[in-house]
Each structure stands twice: as structure tokens, then as C-alpha cells.
Write a protein that binds this ligand. Structure first.
Ligand code: UDP
Ligand code: MG
Length: 307
């Protein structure tokens, strides 16, 4: 099998036939392929439509969840079953045009392990969504997720070895685009214009979006846990200076004694913040261990057969 395409679908009955035909057309020129649709516990006729399509076409494979588990989980399930040498992840709603896939394949053939779609324009998305996405990737970068590129979603092509690496990562709260970037495999962008949804409405509720955003930050940065430490240390310095000044000024009878009291309270608050930060340092380490990510990823081995 040369190519696998993983397509998560949650309540997408209106768009499935169109997605299927456009995907088929895009893949046909490329060679041997499979389309793996993952029905993420849809409550409409998504599964029924998928079964009809799969009955006619053996390149279509369907995985169906018992309930709605979420987009990242659906993509992970499809990746776990993918057999292709390259795996494409694409949304079902045709916002990511399947016609971009051959360009991704080209870059993969030229040596890229990950070809991620980078949106140069987003059609039909609200100003709120564009603004929050813009701000979010900047915050993520600031917090230490430097390697996660902005203006990207999960639309990408990954080599089999990247797919296997991600599938083997046992973390439960999955932010796949971050995990792919974290893996360090050779990644190249491919610019594209993100279309409007072909039919239906967004399946990403505000709650799901917040969960994804939270996962992105908490999976790739321990800095929020350490923030009280730095803040506490800065406050302690200031409070100590204030304490010294107030003692001097109270002694020469310029200030009233309350200043000493204030300074002492600030010192105590800083000590509490520092303790919280130290707690965070240890918690961060425990979290890293709990994520159980591989401690290294081997890209190639040379002359290692039989060792
Ligand atoms: N999706 C999913 N499970 C969910 C929510 C969404 O499998 O719980 C799928 C959905 O069917 C689509 C993709 O994830 O193929 C992206 O969702 P959507 O287009 O609604 O998100 P948006 O593009 O609005 O961010
Ligand atoms: Mg969409």
C-alpha cells in the first residue's frame, strides 16, 4: 500500500459523498491508496452513508467509534490502522482541498518526512476564530512550543515512520500537530488556501476548541507551573528592598511603622509563591514522566543490521 488517507467524520452526512469523490479523484493519479474514514460517534447518518460507500468501493475502510471521542482521537485511530508508506490526514468537510495532496506527495518524494499544510488564507472563518488562532500560536511559542508552526492544522502528509512514532506515543490528551513537530522529523510547509466548509456546520464546539487549545499548551509547556517561582522571586527581591527601606525610614521617623508590616506581608506572600513554584517544578517532572514520551527517536540507522 502506497498511500493512506485518514478522514475523521463527526455528523458529516451532508458532505461525505462529495468528500469521497474529490478524495478519490485526487488520489487516483498517485497510485495504490486506501481511504480510512473514522466515524467519531456521529448521531446522524454518517455511518450509514460510509457503509454504503464502502460496500461499493474496497479502497474505502471505515472505523466507527462507540461514541464521540473527539477529533484527535479519531485521527489517532485512523493512523493506527493506516498501512501506507505515507499517511495523509485531512478533514472531512473539504476545508482542506484534496487537490493539494499531490503537492504534498511531491515534497515527500523529495525527502520531507512531514509535509504540513500552511494556511495562507482562511475563507469563511469568523474574525474571532482567526484572531484567537493567531494569538494562540504566539502564546504557545512564548511558552516554549517553538517548534509548532503557526497557521497549521492537522492537514498534513506524514511518512510511515512518523506515523508509527506518533501511534506509539501513549499520551492520552493528544495534540497531534504538536507531537508531529516535537518528533523532529524533517518537516516542510506547503501553502494552501483554506476553503469554506462544503456543507454543514463546524463540529468543533467552543468547549472542544478550548480543550484542544489547553492540550496544546499543557502538553508542550511546563512553564505555567513554574511561573509562581519566578514571580515569587521577583516579588521577594522587591519586598526585601521595601523592608530595608521601611526599617530605615521608620527609624529616622519619616515613615510610619505600618510600612514594615506591609513589607513583611509581601515577603511572606513571595515565600508562598516560591513554594508553589517549587511544587510546580516537581509536578512538571512527574507530568513529563507520566506522558511517557520516548526519550529519543531514531530517524535512521546505518550498518546496524544484526546488532
Ligand atoms: N470531528 C471529529 N470529532 C469531533 C469534532 C470534529 O471527528 O468531535 C471532525 C469533523 O468531522 C471534521 C474535522 O474533525 O472532519 C474538523 O472539524 P470541523 O471542520 O468541524 O472543525 P473546524 O474546521 O471548524 O475547526
Ligand atoms: Mg472544518
Amino acid at each position: 500500500m502506497k498511500y493512506s488517507v485518514v478522514i475523521p467524520a463527526y455528523n458529516e452526512q451532508e458532505v461525505l459523498h462529495l468528500s469521497y469523490s474529490r478524495l478519490k479523484k485526487a488520489m487516483e493519479g498517485l497510485g495504490d491508496y486506501e481511504l480510512i474514514f473514522v466515524n467519531d460517534g456521529s448521531r446522524d447518518d454518517t455511518l450509514k452513508v460510509l457503509k454504503e460507500i464502502a460496500a461499493e468501493d474496497k479502497t474505502v475502510k471505515v472505523i466507527s467509534f462507540s461514541r464521540n471521542f473527539g477529533h484527535q482521537e479519531a485521527v489517532s485511530a485512523g493512523m493506527a490502522k493506516a498501512q501506507g508508506g505515507a499517511v495523509v490526514i485531512i478533514d472531512c468537510d473539504l476545508q482542506d482541498p484534496p487537490e493539494v495532496i499531490p503537492g504534498m506527495v511531491e515534497k515527500w518524494k523529495n525527502g520531507a518526512d512531514i509535509v504540513y499544510g500552511q494556511r495562507i488564507k482562511r475563507k469563511g472563518e469568523t474574525v474571532f476564530k482567526k484572531l484567537t488562532a493567531w494569538a494562540y500560536y504566539r502564546v504557545l511559542k512564548m511558552l516554549g512550543g517553538q517548534y509548532i508552526p503557526a497557521n497549521t492544522g492537522d492537514f498534513r502528509l506524514i511518512d510511515k515512520k512518523v506515523c508509527e512514532t506518533l501511534v506509539a506515543m501513549p499520551e492520552k490528551n493528544r495534540f497531534l500537530r504538536g507531537m508531529a513537530a516535537w518528533s523532529g522529523f524533517k518537516a516542510e510547509p506547503l501553502e494552501y488556501v483554506r476553503d469554506e466548509r462544503a456543507a454543514g456546520q463546524t463540529k468543533y464546539s467552543m468547549k472542544k476548541m478550548m480543550k484542544l487549545a489547553g492540550d496544546g499548551i499543557t502538553s508542550f509547556s511546563n512553564r505555567p507551573l513554574k511561573a509562581p517561582l519566578y514571580f515569587g522571586m521577583a516579588l521577594l527581591m522587591l519586598s526585601l528592598a521595601y523592608l530595608v527601606l521601611s526599617v530605615i525610614f521608620v527609624c529616622v521617623a519619616v515613615w510610619t511603622y505600618q510600612h514594615i508590616l506591609f513589607a513583611a506581608v509581601f515577603c511572606l506572600i513571595s515565600v508562598i509563591l516560591i513554594s508553589l513554584g517549587i511544587f510546580g517544578l516537581y509536578l512538571g517532572r512527574i507530568y513529563d514522566e507520566a506522558k511517557a514520551r520516548p526519550i529519543y527517536i531514531i530517524d535512521e540507522e546505518i550498518n546496524m543490521e544484526g546488532i
